[in-house]
Design a protein around this ligand. Structure first.
Ligand SMILES: [Zn+2]
Length: 311
């Protein structure tokens, strides 16, 4: 555990897949800690947390989940059992959490969706199989306290940060942004189009980065990697990254009509493991859809397959 400014503690938890770790944060308050994000609900999650909380001392007053991805929500129910503290989660984020993790038919929906975007059946089976790896380790808390951007948790303002996850919420106080996966230092947060996600996640993300720049936090504490000392500069870098990616996407489409699956080879290359390809296709689609919203590309749907062309 690391002690950061303002008495904030950072708890680094293991992640079986890349990037190999996830950070949770303990924010000090009058009633006790606000614990932000939980790690994956691995079989020993309770023991790991029990040791970390012993080291931190004091009680946990609130458990806050920034977004429903496995490494952030996975051990929420374990932590609730361990501490008795209520779990708080965003309204939209919890709806998506239930849709994905509370829904046995989700894998089928994912399969249909990859098929719609031109993924061959054998590849789809691999992609969807891989995406179920975490399913047994997601113990989200049912019926959490639902909150929205603009509300406060123990003096921290909740800030909407859609893009990486539609309903992701960051926390902001005294220039400190608890950024979850909205801003990461060396990694580019994935921004994908998924079934039942909002129509234009990359548009949402670029606008959320604009808001980050306006809010101008002094420092950002991300879900992975080191403290971000210049969040505004990092937000600008991420916008530039996507601007270049959008240009590459237009170029690839100028060569001819493509499905999201085909286009992912232009943008991410041919050598990807199934998990990599899954994110590559979703990320490619968020770029293609942004171009459609900017009138720089067209989406076509015929014969049960979606394709894109340059405008
Ligand atoms: Zn995430």
């Amino acid at each position: 555990m690391d002690e950061l400014e303002g008495g904030i503690r950072r708890v680094t938890l293991p992640l079986p897949t890349r990037p190999g770790h996830v950070h949770a944060y303990l924010l000090p308050g009058d009633e006790g800690w606000t614990l932000v994000d939980t790690g994956v609900g691995l079989p020993d999650a309770k023991e790991t947390w029990s040791a970390a909380l012993d080291e931190a001392g004091g009680r946990v007053a609130t458990i806050f989940v920034t977004h429903f991805h496995p490494d952030h929500v996975g051990a929420a129910a374990d932590l609730h059992e361990l501490t008795g503290a209520p779990v708080w989660q965003g309204v939209l984020d919890y709806a998506q959490c239930e849709l994905v993790w509370g829904n046995p038919a989700w894998s089928e929906r994912l399969r249909d969706w990859f098929h719609l975007h031109g993924t061959p059946a054998d590849v789809t089976a691999e992609l969807v199989g891989q995406s179920s790896v975490y399913r047994p380790f997601i113990r989200y808390q049912r019926d959490p306290i639902l909150v929205e951007a603009g509300e406060h948790v123990d003096g921290w303002a909740l800030v909407a940060a859609p893009g990486h996850a539609d309903g992701q919420l960051c926390l902001l106080k005294d220039g400190v942004l608890i950024a979850a996966d909205h801003l990461l230092g060396r990694i580019t947060p994935t921004v994908g189009l998924w079934p039942a996600s909002r129509a234009d996640p990359l548009g949402d993300y670029l606008a959320a980065l604009d808001r980050t720049i306006e809010l101008a936090p002094r420092v950002a504490l991300p879900g992975h990697g080191e403290v971000i000392e210049d969040p505004t500069a990092r937000a600008r870098e991420l916008q530039e990254h996507h601007r270049l990616r959008l240009e590459e996407t237009v170029e690839a489409l100028e060569a001819g009509r493509k499905t999201g699956f085909e286009l992912s080879f232009d943008l991410f290359g041919a050598n990807l493991q199934p998990a990599g390809r899954r994110f590559a296709v979703a990320e490619t689609l968020s770029h293609a859809e942004r171009l459609v919203h900017e009138d720089r590309a067209f989406r076509h749907e015929d014969g049960g397959t979606v394709t894109y062309t340059a405008a």
